[in-house]
Each structure stands twice: as C-alpha cells, then as structure tokens.
Write a new protein. Sequence first.
Length: 134
Amino acid sequence: MLYDLEVCLGGALLLLPIVVFGLAWARTNAYYSSGHLISNRQRIVYRVALVAASVSTIAYAGYWAWRICGLYVVSPPLLAVLVLEHCLFVSRGLSALAVLCFLIGRGPYWILATVTTIWVTLQLWVHDGIMHWA
C-alpha cells in the first residue's frame, strides 16, 4: 500500500508542471485586465516565457511517457522517438530562456511558474538524450 502511495505521489509530481502552466495560461488575460500596473514589455516577456515553458513541458512529458513505455516493454515507433529526441534538444534551450524571461516578466503565478520551469529545466538537462548511438 505504501508503494501505491509512492507511485501516486511520483505521478503527481511529474504532472505538476502541466497543471501549473495550465493555470497560468488560464489566468493570464484576467490578471492583466484586473488593473495590475505592469508594463507592456513585461507582459510580452511573460507570455514568451509561458510559450517557451509550455513547449519544454511537452517535451518533458514526452520523455517521461517514453520512460513509462520502457517500464512496460512497449516500443514506440522509431519516428516518434527521433522526434522526441530532437524536441528534447530544442527544449533544453527553450526552458533556460523561459527561466530568464520569467525573471524579467510579470504575470499570474510567476514565482510558481519560475520554480516549475527550473524543475523542468533540471529534468531536461539531467536526463540526456534518449537515443544512444553505438
């Protein structure tokens, strides 16, 4: 039973970036229209950060889906693995850019989004590519 709890908590931790960025996207227009004194430049930078962080989170989710496929001995198509490999490579730079943009821009949940993006960035940089060429 303790193992099941660990698996559920691990799954929740892995899905947390998707929830955080979904909430940030949902609250963006309401946050800016509510009268917060934020410059237009900071709004644009925040939205750039959200786009970059969301794209890198998609690659992050794809990586963990690939790992789960490995646990259940399911082989995804080679084309999907190649696309995921290239997306992971691009997402490393996008996630680093997103961290910098979150520090400059202001929007809803920007502190939580920054911490979440740092988590995704660390995961993308620690887990190197998925294709190992011999």
